[in-house]
Design a protein around this ligand. Sequence first.
Ligand SMILES: NC(=O)c1ccc[n+]([C@@H]2O[C@H](COP(=O)([O-])OP(=O)(O)OC[C@H]3O[C@@H](n4cnc5c(N)ncnc54)[C@H](O)[C@@H]3O)[C@@H](O)[C@H]2O)c1
Length: 253
Amino acid sequence: MPVTAYDLSGRTAFVTGAASGIGRASAVLLAEAGATVHCADRDAPRLHETATLIKGRGGTAHTHHLDVTDRAQLRRAVESCERLDAMAAVAGIMHSSPVLETRDEDLDRVLAVNFKGVLHACQEAALRMIADGTRGSIVTMASGAVDTGGPGLLCYGVAKAAVVQLTKTLATEVGRHGIRVNAVAPGWTRTPMTLRHGQAQARTEVFMARLSPLGRVGEPEDVAHAVLHLASDASSFTTGQILRPNGGVAMPW
Ligand SMILES: NC(=O)c1ccc[n+]([C@@H]2O[C@H](COP(=O)([O-])OP(=O)(O)OC[C@H]3O[C@@H](n4cnc5c(N)ncnc54)[C@H](O)[C@@H]3O)[C@@H](O)[C@H]2O)c1
């Protein structure tokens, strides 16, 4: 990668959800941009695959097998980093149920991972950056669901809307330390999360591709480039914003 504002040489990035999909693509791209990348996930085997991928391309990677719902685990992992310039809080789960069939435990589970997990990562990252005097960047993972809602998306959408609120609020509170906080809100992206749905996924993918002026759905690398943009100096005057790599899709409902 050329020496530009996207050059992360000498920087350290931490990525949650790094074992799969968007998190893995982000970890690989941040490493290709020159960062030492700390990869965190609860899926140990696939987490090590990501680290191997990065090292195979000449990058530097460390792994942290952890659950983002456990604040103490995240704290220990962040404290173990040599420094922290960028946090990408990507880990998340999908849940779909109609409002009238949604149980309290569904909402609690999705909020625990998709909101509290991101909150923990943001808090630990910001505290570390402030303590070190690092003018760092925090990137959260929202979703196009925050703009549109959608059938079955109550729990997921509520958690992602909370991530947007967290992002905007934290940006106003840590800006005086030179720390930036932004969200990425991807549209439909081909990852294990979406591919898990088999036939229904194939139909949805065709449907979503038709809604995009670009005529396709997203790939993890499309979203990773948005993460790199926000993690790097290329976005040095951008904070409290939502970047939408979604192929220009506007939902029809
Ligand atoms: N794929 C899409 O279409 C899409 C669209 C919008 C937003 N997103 C968001 O992007 C993020 C990544 O999604 P993806 O599509 O790459 O999914 P994915 O399932 O491929 O990857 C998610 C990763 O998060 C990890 N994870 C889940 N819960 C965890 C926990 N409690 N602790 C630690 N790690 C945990 C999983 O092990 C997995 O490696 C999620 O936050 C998701 O909501 C995805």
